[in-house]
Design a protein around this ligand. Structure first.
Ligand code: ATP
Ligand code: MG
Length: 193
């Protein structure tokens, strides 16, 4: 019996892979350019347009600049939106509040992923608590890998860990060509938040 080496199946430019469908995908938007979160919110709009139930968890403190999309998504689009400072409780007083809140957000996320009720789950800025060691990258990767097959996941944030990039199906690196912030111009309402 001849066993076909795996290498034989690797598609090349001239032999595109056979087309197939998957039930769900994992996406990562990383890099230092603008567009990681807004691209994820664009996907939220698409998902809502298909009548999907959508959940968003924001892992960084929501300043005023995030209020715009949060309100629209929650009030007008019916998105289940979980942001820092709302509904989260923490018990340990040894941890900094930010770390504790990120952990609470992660516990919430874990339940949301496992619950399988949302067809799209956006984990906005989740790379930072992973990078800072506040939440375990291995736990995040495992929870996403073991999610119910109907759940699509988008993770955003600079410096996505290698393990997350390896797990993901689609990874986009936003590269800063230039950013007006570097010239001293402040974040702009309607453009940046
Ligand atoms: P956006 O939310 O606009 O898609 P982002 O998610 O890619 O941006 P973040 O790293 O989350 O970028 O930064 C959030 C805020 O910082 C936004 O107001 C964004 O415009 C701004 N920003 C994004 N990239 C840069 C950059 N390279 N330098 C300075 N500010 C940036
Ligand atoms: Mg962002």
């Amino acid at each position: 019996m001849t066993v076909r080496a795996d290498d034989d199946a690797v598609p090349t430019e001239h032999t595109p892979p056979p087309r197939r469908r998957v039930e769900s995908v994992v996406l990562v938007h990383t890099g230092d350019g603008k567009g990681k979160s807004t691209s994820a919110f664009g996907m939220v709009v698409r998902a809502v347009a298909r009548d999907w139930r959508v959940g968003v968890v924001q892992f960084l403190k929501s300043g005023k600049w995030q209020v715009g999309e949060e309100r629209v998504c929650r009030d007008r689009l019916g998105v289940d939106w979980f942001a820092i400072g709302e509904g989260f409780t923490w018990e340990s007083e040894d941890l900094s509040q930010d770390e504790a809140v990120a952990r609470a957000a992660w516990e919430h996320t874990r339940a949301m992923l496992a619950g399988g009720e949302h067809r799209l789950v956006v984990l906005d800025e989740i790379t930072y608590p992973m990078t800072w060691g506040w939440i375990s990258t291995a736990d995040v990767v495992a929870a996403i890998a073991e999610r119910p097959p109907t759940v699509n996941v988008v993770c955003t944030g600079r410096g996505a860990p290698d393990e997350l990039v390896t797990l993901a199906d689609t990874v986009t690196e936003m590269r800063k060509v230039k950013h007006i912030y570097d010239t001293g111009v402040l974040a702009k309402k309607g453009i940046d938040y």
